[in-house]
Design a protein around this ligand. Structure first.
Ligand SMILES: O=C(O)COP(=O)(O)O
Ligand SMILES: [Mg+2]
Length: 242
């Protein structure tokens, strides 16, 4: 956010061109649509137990979410954001984590307040919707189905759907192409640096929610167009460009 930020109720916006005119909306999954941290952490701790290692607090594992499950496993094994674990240990840990997360996938995971209302309002206003996540597809689709969100989206792009994932702009540009629209006609709603960087690199608008997982960092540090309290609140800042 920059110095010209202003407030509309609890929503913080930058600049004054509101409502923004866009044709389609992309929404991030972990930390924006769904509160997945409890189930991701339960699986990480099952894996750590099976490897005879100490469990980690939920808050620590929550700060490891954002760059896909391989990175989550590496971070859980090393207790750091960027260190590389021993290759043999990682090769043993990865299938354990995948098996464990398949078990915990939707135990406590729920949509955040304002998500269902927001998705309904977006469809009512005739926006086409994409879900863009760094989560692996094997988990994304069952989770969206189990929480009743899958049918809202025209396209779902997961962390392994394309050669590159967020913060690379590739999935965002792919979604623009899918809808036949320009990046500046697209809005991404996300919760992290990965979303903000991907949107800026693609040339899309980006709003961030403050309740998600920004790898332990303050969401106000992000270069985004607005911080919105919920997906529903985001709908009040946009209008359909026909
Ligand atoms: O899988 C992750 O680490 C994060 O996924 P997200 O892109 O939906 O936030
Ligand atoms: Mg996220």
């Amino acid at each position: 956010m920059n110095k010209s930020a202003s407030r509309l109720g609890d929503t913080v916006v930058v600049g004054s061109e509101y409502p923004l005119s866009v044709k389609a909306v992309m929404i991030d999954l972990d930390g924006t649509l769904l509160d997945t941290a409890g189930d991701l952490a339960a699986a990480a701790n099952m894996m750590l137990r099976e490897l005879g290692r100490a469990e980690l607090p939920l808050e620590t594992i929550q700060s490891y979410i954002g760059k896909g499950i391989q990175k989550l496993v590496k971070r859980s094994l090393t207790g750091s954001l960027d260190d590389e674990p021993d290759v043999e240990l990682f090769d043993k840990a990865m299938p354990l984590y995948e098996r464990d997360y398949a078990k915990t996938l939707c135990v406590s995971t729920r949509p955040y307040p304002g998500v269902i209302e927001g998705l309904n309002a977006l469809l009512e206003a005739d926006f086409r919707l994409a879900c863009i996540t760094n989560k692996a597809e094997a988990f994304t689709l069952p989770l969206l189905r189990a929480t009743g969100l899958l049918d809202y989206f025209d396209i779902v792009l997961s962390g392994d759907s394309l050669p590159k994932k967020k913060p690379d702009p590739m999935p965002l540009l792919h979604a623009c192409k899918h809808f036949g629209i320009l990046p500046r006609e697209m809005l991404l709603i996300g919760d992290s640096l990965n979303d903000a960087e991907a949107a800026r690199a693609a040339g899309c608008h980006v709003f961030c929610v403050p309740y998600g997982y920004n790898e332990g960092r303050d969401v106000r540090e992000l270069n985004c167009d607005a911080i919105v309290t919920s997906v529903y609140d985001a709908t009040k800042l946009i209008q359909k460009l026909s």
